[in-house]
Design a protein around this ligand. Sequence first.
Ligand code: NAD
Length: 476
Amino acid sequence: MFISSIINGEMYNEENRETLPVKNPYNQQEIAKIILASREDLNAAVDNCYETYHRIIKKMPAYERADILLKTAQLLEARREDFAQTVAEEAGKPLKLSRDEVDRAVQVLRFASEYAKQINGEVIPLDAAVGGENRLGFTKRIPLGVVAAITPFNFPLNLSLHKIAPALAAGNTVIFKPAEKTPISAFKLVQLFHEAGLPKGALNVIMGLGEELGDPLVEHDKVQKVTFTGSLPVGKGIREKAEFKKITLELGSNSPNIIFEDADIDSLVDNLVTGAFAFSGQVCISAQRIYVHESIYNEFLKKFVTQTKALQIGDPLDEKTDFGPMIDEEAAERAKLWIDDAVSNGAKVETGGELTGAMLTPTIMTNVHNDMKVIAEEVFAPIVSIIPFRTEEEAIKLSNDSIYGLQAGIFTNDINRALYVADELEMGGVWINEISTYRQDNHPYGGVKQSGIGREGVKYAIDDMTELKFIGIKLN
Ligand code: NAD
């Protein structure tokens, strides 16, 4: 199968172009070849998005944009199984989770369809200022033009839609650069939009390497906004190069979860094991650090280890599999080195830590310190650390001792404590009695500190993908 860029509805798949293999992370078999886009292709794609924006999309009424988004949602729903298989195969994500991803992606499209009809401004009370009598002022939210959407491998469908759907809902055109490790679902998604009636050129996809196409895309003078989800180093580079463009950066984290002494361990262990090991920990809000009150620490650890050992490890395409490989061998080897490094500095592996190819078994670590990589940096791997604490203040301090601040979980039945700790945590979002890893697609989502800039969550992304324009009238 050849995966090519799609520009103005046309595939760029002539012979003699350079290609890149796409491999199933579980068995390393080649499942497709990407036909790599050149810089000329990139420029053609942006020019075409720009021209389509001015000629068609800028003038398209909201109800038409909403209809296209709804039709795309219906088509995706009808092809749920095909998309789930694709994500499972290209990302190595267990089928159960891949199906969840498709279901969430359908919801994102539905939300975008609804919000497309609710983009509004406000009337400004100009007579509030001396001399403002007989003047009328109002605001409109207007589209930006061409939005560049750069996406990661871990939720190839849903995180792409968190950018594409709000951008189109707001009346922009999109140049889409998916992760090169997971291009197949992206390729199919663009075709789905066309089938749903999206005009050609409103969504162009370029397939290629981020390090080659990234800079020219981010620096392109016809791109008005860059919305990026991915790693911190790449995000930093984008921030520097984007200059005056609007940007959204959804970056990494090392999410903390705090379990207070009054929490009901039995009801939360299962959920936290999922929070730590779903998609092999390759989730930006994966439960990486679990702080447990010392009075329940031993009991919690024992139950957590038991539940973890019950995870069914295997082929992502097998219905029974809970836990599959990491995205590639290089990523798994890097994670294993971090485990070994922590162990050589006194940490203990309670279970896991075994590496075979891209498969790193679910790993629980104790005796860790805040300066070890497994704590201080984003592991983005199936490694969780369980750490005891004594006081509320200590738990807050440990949780905040990070360059990141994306989302946290707190477990307690004391509402006063829960709300106090939620306020004290330096995070973009806090869940009470829910794991840090939980995300719904319509709440504001994004980080503080080096976890990023801006918010997604459809409605909030639409705000970030429109410009507020003021119009004033002097009345006679
Ligand atoms: P990555 O940064 O390696 O790649 C992400 C995308 O950026 C890919 O499409 C890649 O081709 C492109 N890219 C690479 N170099 C580039 C450059 N110089 N300029 C522009 N684009 C470039 O990330 P990844 O490994 O695919 O994903 C994992 C990371 O994503 C983790 O750090 C994770 O925390 C983060 N993430 C964050 C969120 C969030 O919402 N905050 C969600 C999912 C993933």
